[in-house]
Design a protein around this ligand. Structure first.
Ligand SMILES: [Zn+2]
Length: 246
């Protein structure tokens, strides 16, 4: 599972592998940007939500434990989430760098991560995607999702209102109204700020990326340039070449 992918990445990775911690408010395009970044760099994009779903689908002991906690309507405890992340970071495909998305989310997770980095070669960089409020509002309130396959569209790019994959009628999520968006942004800020401060306090570099109205591809390019400024030049990968390897 590591072979081809790791092989290409090792030729282009900087000497000290980068560990990118992706942060971005709802509507910042963090998930899509993370996937683009993974294509450009060859590093795995590790979103905690995906890791969690994987563990549950594979019915691992951790997955089963998480499932029962989530089924009871509780939040996954820091200790379990962290354990899941440490496990994934020990895979060989992380050796040349990785992108963490959705972790750390709490101060204990941030402290755990700072400890995890101790004695390891990784150079951690927190990337904060910064998008103006009005732009976030435009993106989120115009968002339409497919109830069948989960595909996400924007009213401006898909005025037809039906899913291009299965023809289902698209819906607006209840939480994509202005009032809810504002509340979500406030929650995001109040949770993220202390986490960012904790990481900074542990000497982890924090880089803000101004996203403006750029699409995730443009944002990913900008992040790569910024990472190169921090860590030295590394060869960008051709996304076409990689998609075949996935
Ligand atoms: Zn669909």
């Amino acid at each position: 599972m590591t072979t081809f992918h790791t092989e290409i990445a090792s030729k282009t990775a900087p000497k000290r592998p980068l560990a990118v911690l992706l942060f971005g408010a709802p509507g910042s395009g963090k998930g899509t940007t993370g996937k683009m970044l993974a294509k450009l760099t060859g590093w795995p994009h590790l979103a905690t939500g995906d890791l969690l779903r994987e563990q549950i689908a594979r019915k691992t002991p951790l997955g089963l434990e998480m499932q029962s906690i989530l089924a009871a309507g509780q939040l996954a405890p820091d200790e379990l989430v962290s354990r899941m992340v440490w496990d994934r970071l020990s895979w060989p495909d992380c050796e040349n760098g990785f992108l963490l998305d959705g972790f750390p989310r709490t101060i204990p997770q941030a402290e755990g991560l700072a400890r995890w980095f101790e004695g390891k070669a990784f150079r951690p960089v927190m990337i904060h995607l910064w998008v103006e409020y009005n732009e976030i509002l435009r993106r989120l309130t115009g968002r339409r999702t497919c109830p069948l396959c989960g595909a996400i569209y924007h009213i401006e790019s898909n005025p037809s209102g039906v899913c291009e994959i299965d023809g289902a009628e698209l819906r607006t999520r209840d939480d994509d109204t202005e009032q809810v968006v504002l509340a979500r942004l406030q929650t995001y800020q109040s949770q993220t700020w202390p986490v960012a401060e904790t990481l900074k306090g542990r000497g982890i570099a924090v880089e803000a990326i101004e996203c403006g109205e750029m699409d995730p591809e443009g944002v990913a390019d900008r992040i790569v340039s910024r990472l190169e400024r921090v860590a030295g030049k590394f060869e960008k990968r051709n996304s076409k070449e990689i998609s075949g390897a996935r």
